[in-house]
Write a protein that binds this ligand. Structure first.
Ligand code: BG6
Ligand code: MG
Length: 223
């Protein structure tokens, strides 16, 4: 029997529509290496750390950088990204998220963030949704990027919840793999073709209706 008492959310592309700004910023950086970053290749960057993203782009571009230039482009990417999101506010919260967070609060389900982003807390503050979260684990607190389960295991540990009692909402394949590696229930947000493995898949949070949440989070209806 599996009872879910905790929900862990990825941030970029799940709670807020920042995923496209990461893409646009990396696209600009990649053009410096004569490489056109496609949406398809961008899927490989979702959920992974800034450093790992640059390494992936360099590999795809067949380009090499010395340490100074590598650090320069990391900094540059973040500057471009922060400029894109400088006016971010609660209107950028993705549809269906607030309804889900309110449902979880009502049911006394623990709620956490498990994000690879070092900008996560800044964004959550801009969105004015900090009070929803019992824990925020972000890119500043982890060593190993998704698909490693570290970010989610850190979240469940901080909340005193066993991994098998956690549900993870993720829009990246690497994040879904991290959730599965943590032995958590993995909910993929997006089209099924983007994921190698998941427990449930919904196109977006508007597709997750009350009966789905009841099935996941009430003790009578466990999966
Ligand atoms: C993840 C994004 O949430 O954060 C990745 O899906 C991004 O695309 C990663 O690379 C790191 O983000 P940041 O904000 O620290 O550069
Ligand atoms: Mg994401």
């Amino acid at each position: 029997m599996k009872i879910h008492t905790c929900a862990l959310f990825d941030l970029d592309g799940v709670i807020v529509d920042t995923a496209n700004y990461h893409f646009l910023a990396w696209k600009k950086i990649a053009s410096n290496f004569g490489f056109e970053l496609s949406k398809e290749n961008n899927e490989k960057l979702k959920g992974v750390s800034r450093t790992k993203c640059l390494n992936i782009i360099l590999e795809l571009s067949n380009f090499d950088l010395n340490e100074n230039s590598f650090n320069y482009y990391l900094k540059k990417k973040n500057e471009i990204y922060l400029d894109y999101i400088k006016n971010i506010n609660s209107e950028n919260i993705l549809p269906g998220i607030l309804k889900t967070l309110n449902y979880l609060k009502e049911k006394n389900i623990m709620i956490g963030i498990g994000s690879a982003s070092k900008n996560a807390r800044f964004i959550i503050e801009k969105l004015k949704i900090v009070p929803f979260f019992d824990v925020i684990v972000d890119g500043n607190q982890i060593v190993n990027s998704k698909p490693d389960p570290e970010v989610f295991l850190k979240g469940s540990k901080a909340l005193g919840v066993l991994p098998e009692n956690c549900v993870v909402f993720e829009d990246s394949d690497s994040g879904i793999q991290a959730a599965k590696a943590a032995k958590m229930t993995a909910i993929a947000i997006g089209t099924p073709d983007k994921f190698s493995n998941y427990d449930f898949c919904f196109t977006n949070f508007l597709k997750i209706v009350k009966s789905d949440l009841d099935n996941l989070f009430t003790s009578k209806n466990y999966i």
